[in-house]
Design a binder for this molecule. Structure first.
Ligand SMILES: C[S@@+](CC[C@H](N)C(=O)[O-])C[C@H]1O[C@@H](n2cnc3c(N)ncnc32)[C@H](O)[C@@H]1O
Length: 277
């Protein structure tokens, strides 16, 4: 990883630590996942329909739980992540789940995904929570998504809402810009978002926010047509102590506080190239 930018090297070391901690966490409950064999979530099935036989690429796949859920539904899945610890864990999990024949995991930076995947094109690019904030440019990410989707292919993105990223971790005040800026937020916390039996050894990480408008504009510029964009007043973990649990893996703003967008889902189609005249 000789010419890896300094921010990426720091973030990768931080994610290598987290990948080990998360595998053992009650939050991800890997043993329960192996036992219960969940497929994609209802909201993902509503958005993507039957994925059997489709080529699905999960960008920033972590240790592959969401990726492998789509393999259970019959997709040919590829997960890509820059953490070798996460990718190693994902490969072992695919073996343990009996899904290795339909699952490939690649270790690469998302910005190098086109080269790392050797020119393959996909029917679906899937991106799930906590992905865009690690990337300095949403336009560069959208270019990768556009290049990896086959014509007519689809993007499904569910991520933290940029308004929620701009809030402080402690209270309901603004701590960060809503917009993408050149300078990252620097985080030196030794904690992660799951339960943990040990602190992070590599604390420093770098994050960026990307406004909804910047994300949509970047996707359109790289050949995608937005078909759905929904802002949700819930998220999947207790980001603040004052959130109330409103479902399994669902935390919402309590009634006493005005509703805020905490996450968003976006679907988009790769526009077909124009017909030759
Ligand atoms: C919050 S996790 C995604 C979690 C996933 N939604 C889940 O619950 O399994 C973010 C992932 O992005 C990966 N990541 C961060 N920056 C990356 C980059 N530049 N290229 C590839 N992967 C990256 C991390 O290694 C980590 O696995």
């Amino acid at each position: 990883m000789g010419d890896e930018p300094a921010y990426a090297a720091a973030n990768r070391a931080n994610w290598d630590d987290r990948a080990g901690i998360h595998l053992e966490s009650a939050f991800y409950d890997v043993e329960g996942w192996l036992r219960d064999q969940p497929g994609p979530r209802p909201r993902e099935i509503d958005a993507l329909g039957d994925v059997a036989g489709l080529r699905l690429l999960h960008l920033q796949c972590h240790f592959g739980l969401d990726t492998l859920a789509f393999a259970r539904a019959g997709a040919e899945v590829t997960g890509l992540d820059f953490s070798p610890v996460a990718v190693g864990n994902a490969r072992r999990l695919a073996e343990r789940a009996g899904l290795a024949a339909r699952a490939t995991f690649v270790c690469a930076d998302v910005y190098d995904a086109v080269e790392a995947l050797g020119g393959d094109a996909f029917d679906i690019v899937y991106v799930s929570l906590g992905a865009l904030c690690w990337l300095p440019s949403v336009d560069r990410w959208a270019a990768v998504v556009g290049a990896l989707l086959a014509p007519g292919g689809r993007l499904y993105l569910h991520d933290v809402h940029p308004l929620a990223w701009s809030l402080s971790d402690d209270e309901l005040t603004f701590a960060h810009t809503y917009f993408e800026e050149r300078e990252p937020f620097v985080d030196d916390s030794d904690q992660t978002y799951t339960d943990a039996t040990r602190p992070l050894a590599h604390r420093r990480s770098y994050e960026w926010n990307h406004s909804l408008g910047e994300t949509v504009t970047a996707l359109v510029a790289h050949g995608l047509r937005i078909t759905q964009l929904t802002e949700h007043d819930w998220t999947v973990w207790q980001r603040w102590p004052w959130l109330v649990q409103t479902g399994p893996h669902q935390w919402s703003v309590p009634p006493a506080i005005p509703r805020l967008p905490l996450t968003f889902t976006l679907s988009a189609d790769r526009v077909l190239p124009p017909e030759p005249r």
